[in-house]
Design a binder for this molecule. Sequence first.
Ligand SMILES: [Mg+2]
Length: 321
Amino acid sequence: MNLKFKKKSYCFNLSAKVENSKATYLTKSGWIIKLKNNDKKIGFGEVAPLLTKDLKKCEEQLNMIPEYVELSNLSEQINIFHPCIQSAINSALAEINGKIIFKENYYFDEIDKTAMLLKPNNVISDLNEIKKTQSNIGKSLTIKWKVALKNNNVEEAILEEVLSQIDNNIKLRIDANGSWGRKMANRWADILKDNRNLDWLEQPLAADDIDGLKELNKKIPVALDESLLKFPNLIYEWKGWQIRRPSQEKNPDKLLRDLENKKALISISTSFETGIGRRWLYHLSSLQLHGPTPKVPGLAMNKFPNSFLFLNKAQKIWDQL
Ligand SMILES: [Mg+2]
């Protein structure tokens, strides 16, 4: 199969900064790619590296892909490329081949359909706002708190306050982004192990402390995030929750099939994609919600600017870019 390959770069400012213990995100850059086959079927993909240090490498590799390319050559060529490029090409091919058929609407912009990120400096006031919303709409909500940003004594005091203030209708995810040591992680696990509000502790230990993470997962639900990015084969072995980012995986088609086959303990997360990559996030998240362990995805919905980049029609985004 002959393919025509095109790419366009994008950059946008997040509407509010996103901060964790390892990085602060203010802007997002990447590329939209478009593949067209002999039958004029079109597939779009997005190259959306999470780390800005990977942008240069992605740019160099994208420039190596010719405008007209045979499918077998392309598949072989991208094997050694950055996972985000592989993800974009494989996503576009899945669309061309009809392996994924996007719906017109997915409704993840409703407040109870995605996890809400608490502002690290206003955890309690944010929580109070959310409690008001929760009692107004009468639905269960999920909050996510990025920790290891302040002194641990301060954060444990905040935790105590959070736990004393939430009822059964609020679910809690705590993300340390790999910044705790085993001792600290165990302290938090001891406080939280019988708590019914907790969804999971996310990446409590460094990405490569797999033994420590396995041990901790016996005590409390542990979700891997950075570990899966660093060691992608862990998706086959890890028995607990997995935070999955389709734009960072070499072939999101595999994730799609796992969710279609009702694989449990997977939660979908954004890497701040445009509307192109977001189609995958929405589609996979809606499959997840129909699986055996439904949990709202982490889509950071309130962090995106009002822009054509987030339209729900891929072709329109492409045309305006
Ligand atoms: Mg995380």
